[in-house]
Design a protein around this ligand. Sequence first.
Ligand SMILES: NC(=O)c1ccc[n+]([C@@H]2O[C@H](COP(=O)([O-])OP(=O)(O)OC[C@H]3O[C@@H](n4cnc5c(N)ncnc54)[C@H](O)[C@@H]3O)[C@@H](O)[C@H]2O)c1
Length: 335
Amino acid sequence: MRYLEDDLKDKTILITGGAGFIGSNLAFYFQNNHPDAKVVILDSFRSGETLSNGNLKSFGHFKNLIGFKGEVISGDINDKDLLLDLEVNYKFDYIFHEAAISDTTALEQDLMIKTNVNAYKDLLDLAVAHDANMIYASSAATYGNAESPQRVGREAPQNVYGFSKLSMDYLSREYMKENEISIVGLRYFNVYGTSEYFKNTTASMILQFGHQILSGKNPRLFEGSDKILRDFIYVEDIIQANIKAMKPKKSGIYNVGTGKARSFQDIVDILQRELGTSLKCEYIPNPFIGSYQFHTEADIQTTKDALGYEPRYEMEDGIKAYVAEIRRTYIEEVK
Ligand SMILES: NC(=O)c1ccc[n+]([C@@H]2O[C@H](COP(=O)([O-])OP(=O)(O)OC[C@H]3O[C@@H](n4cnc5c(N)ncnc54)[C@H](O)[C@@H]3O)[C@@H](O)[C@H]2O)c1
């Protein structure tokens, strides 16, 4: 579905993190709906480098971009020379900033702040220099266990990842005051959908449960999973919000969720229905109590007002739309 009337002819769009889950979905959205736009992807892609928690430092994967015909740059947003080169040799109209240490369990505070906050400031300067609109990924992790429904202005991050995203939001507010450019921060809630497979264990629980079920294993849930509630959002609605953020009524920071909290038990039940299984669930103690979000639910009123955003996918619809891809990745990547 196309969300913007303009054809974006002669427009140049930078997508940082374009080899990742959400960035690659954005890249294909433009290729399919605005073929006259020039899309440039900047991503560090994956190397073998891991963080102390054992996860990859960056998850970008070429397979997320098979079929993408725009320009692809392998590079690090922390590389100031590279950003200078982009400033001199390109003229961006829109910057979609998705690159980040996206792993909410990463412990390296130095790398997290440098990559998520400090490099973002350099990209804001690039946006100002080019008079480009900045649309960047913030996160529901800024809220931690703050009371539901979560509202901008009531943050309580519980990990360095959430802290880094909140720092990006504060920085953005300063830039909004001092500059003319349009800046929109989108606080994504729990996103699932096509092209998340290469996030490995940090992919959504929808994909992870889907693959567990397809392998014939009993789905393993934390005890009390009917009471662990999150606002799960299908990637198509995330794309809608990003595109509508190109023409906001007002710069600002906005939640992007469905506005409804659903349980982990719901995920498994819907998946079992879609996949035609009736495996017995196993319940295990939750080792993350204390650093775990138990109820997230986005207040999306200001997002609706400022962006005209209207989520289209309830969890039943999102999983239905996604299930063929869950099967495909299982057959082609897991088996
Ligand atoms: N997926 C979610 O549920 C979710 C929720 C809230 C916020 N977010 C945010 O949305 C954005 C996109 O997330 P995603 O789920 O697509 O994650 P992802 O890890 O698939 O995408 C991030 C991309 O950034 C790249 N990258 C990492 N460090 C880089 C660096 N130093 N220089 C250049 N590229 C670098 C990675 O290679 C990867 O391709 C991130 O900013 C993330 O924090 C995601």
